[in-house]
Design a protein around this ligand. Structure first.
Ligand code: FES
Length: 75
């Protein structure tokens, strides 16, 4: 008998932000209006203050062996 290929689902990267929306397009950032010289935006989706980076990528990288980090926007 022919075997069925297993169904493999990738793990979602967005744990809980706006899950009722089909596609999450976050903010448009006007870099001329940033309050700090450099603002870091999360690219790992683990930040507790998403979309800003809170350093949670460090733990994510330690656990997973990944090497992700924030997007830094300069004013
Ligand atoms: Fe996600 Fe820093 S917390 S990139």
């Amino acid at each position: 008998p022919r075997r069925m290929a297993p169904v493999v689902r990738a793990e979602a990267i967005n744990p809980d932000s706006n899950k009722d929306e089909p596609k999450l397009v976050l903010h448009t950032v006007d870099v001329t209006k940033l309050s700090k010289p450099v603002t870091s935006y999360c690219r790992c989706w683990k930040s507790g203050s998403f979309p800003q980076c809170d350093g949670s990528h460090v733990k994510h990288n330690e656990i997973t062996g990944d090497n992700v980090g924030p997007l830094d926007l300069k004013k």
